[in-house]
Write a protein of this length. Structure first.
Ligand SMILES: Cc1ncc(COP(=O)(O)O)c(C=O)c1O
Length: 399
């Protein structure tokens, strides 16, 4: 079966922050008259999800009792089977933790293993959600800037990481793999070096692997916990079908921990909130996602995303002088660097972003990601919408 990634589906009035949240938080403002809005900010997709998921939710919804429940063995089995895609086998039920969201899980782990005022190491550019969690919990971010190498590939700076870990007595790190917003899929040697540092400085590691379903062709996701026995012990890895299958509104994340102390103390933090519980329809959504049909849908999605990413990266190179992009290896996000363009034209980022929003290109400001000249674009839209957004950027914004 061939799935539909071309129909433009109206999301207005159907519970979508991406189109109803204009002016919300860091969100875009409404376009000027004459332009429709192209949502390229919130990290969800403008594609209908895999039919196996909808079917599963509808089937369960038709049984009209929604009382308290225990997660089915099938739920755990679906997770165990799905994790085999990344070479993870032998999982046991106690190693799985439930979290309403990946950020909630990261927060629980952080609460268990840091104190207010403590510094937490993470890389920049950094996903905005991490900053919010740190701020809300009274912890402080210690940012280790990533650098582009001679080929334009974003890399960790291991010397910088080590200096910051040592100088700040840091014992907790957030490791985003694959990395949002750069789309890096870390190579094994990179993860090994990072984990060796975390071992040396005795850090608990929150490995956020929420994007690991969206690995683009030619790249391989290496689970952080798989690189060494020590990494397996000191890391909790977080997952969700939300990114790969567009299920963010269903709140449905889980973690894997192999160390009983990490697991027990993190789960306790989640339990103590008294509202960190799996939703019955979300459970069925996960089972529908982590299925044979879900896997096939995902395979087709990745081809579409690769096409959109190639289109945008080629367009930026050929048509937007002074703007650069490092080709993502995962996700549906591209992170543009506008420093060359801003230096050449003297235009500010406020000016550039406002010009894009005026013509309905709902991209995201890179500054909250700690990248002064960055712009993040979500490309999980039908190709015609991506083409139209790029046309508008060339014609009205990067002039
Ligand atoms: C790296 C990363 N982690 C976590 C999240 C949010 O996950 P959740 O909605 O499950 O809290 C996102 C959403 O964009 C993300 O990019």
């Amino acid at each position: 079966m061939t799935y539909d990634f071309t129909t433009i589906i109206a999301r207005e009035g159907m519970d979508a922050l991406a189109v109803e949240g204009l002016g919300w938080g860091f969100g875009p403002k409404a376009p000027k008259e004459g332009f429709d809005f192209i949502p390229m900010w919130v990290a969800d997709m403008n594609f209908p999800t895999a039919p196996s998921i909808t079917r599963r939710i509808v089937e369960r919804a038709e049984h009209p009792l929604y009382g308290y429940f225990l997660a089915r063995p099938e739920y755990y089995q679906a997770i165990f089977d799905w994790q085999k895609r990344h070479g993870v086998s032998g999982l046991e039920k106690w190693q799985i933790g439930y979290h309403n969201g990946v950020l909630g899980g990261v927060a629980s782990l952080m609460k268990a293993f840091t104190a207010p005022g403590d510094k937490v190491l993470m890389h920049s550019p950094a996903y905005i959600g991490f900053s919010h969690v740190l701020e809300d919990l009274g912890r402080r971010a210690e940012l280790s800037p990533m650098k582009k190498d001679a080929d334009g590939v974003w890399r960790m700076d291991f010397e910088d990481m080590e200096r910051r870990l040592a100088e700040n007595h840091i014992h907790f790190a957030i490791f985003c793999s694959p990395h949002n917003p750069t789309g890096r899929v870390w190579e094994r040697w990179e993860i090994e070096r990072a984990m060796a540092l975390f071992e040396q400085y005795d850090c608990v590691v929150a490995a956020d692997e929420i994007w690991s379903d969206l690995i683009l062709p030619g790249h391989v996701h290496i689970p952080t916990q798989s690189v060494s026995g020590d990494a397996r012990r000191r890391t909790v890895a977080f997952y969700s079908p939300s990114k790969g299958f567009n299920l963010s509104g269903l709140w449905n994340s889980y973690s894997i921990a192999y160390d009983r102390t990490l697991q027990d103390r993190m789960v306790k933090q989640g339990d103590m909130t008294h509202y960190n519980s799996l939703n019955v329809l979300s459970m069925h959504a996960l089972i529908g996602a982590y299925s044979e049909e879900g896997a096939e849908w995902l395979r087709q999605l990745l081809d579409v995303l690769q096409g959109n990413i190639d289109l945008v990266c080629d367009f930026v190179r050929d048509e937007l002088p002074g703007v650069t992009v490092s080709r993502p290896q995962s996700t549906y996000l591209v992170f543009l660097s506008c420093d060359g363009y801003a230096a050449r034209t003297g235009r500010s980022m406020d000016d550039i972003i406002s010009a894009a929003w005026d013509v309905g290109v709902g991209l995201q400001d890179g500054r909250p990601f700690f990248e002064p000249f960055g712009l993040r674009l979500n490309l999980a839209l039908p190709r015609t919408r991506v083409q139209e957004a790029m046309r508008r950027l060339k014609e009205y914004v990067f002039v």
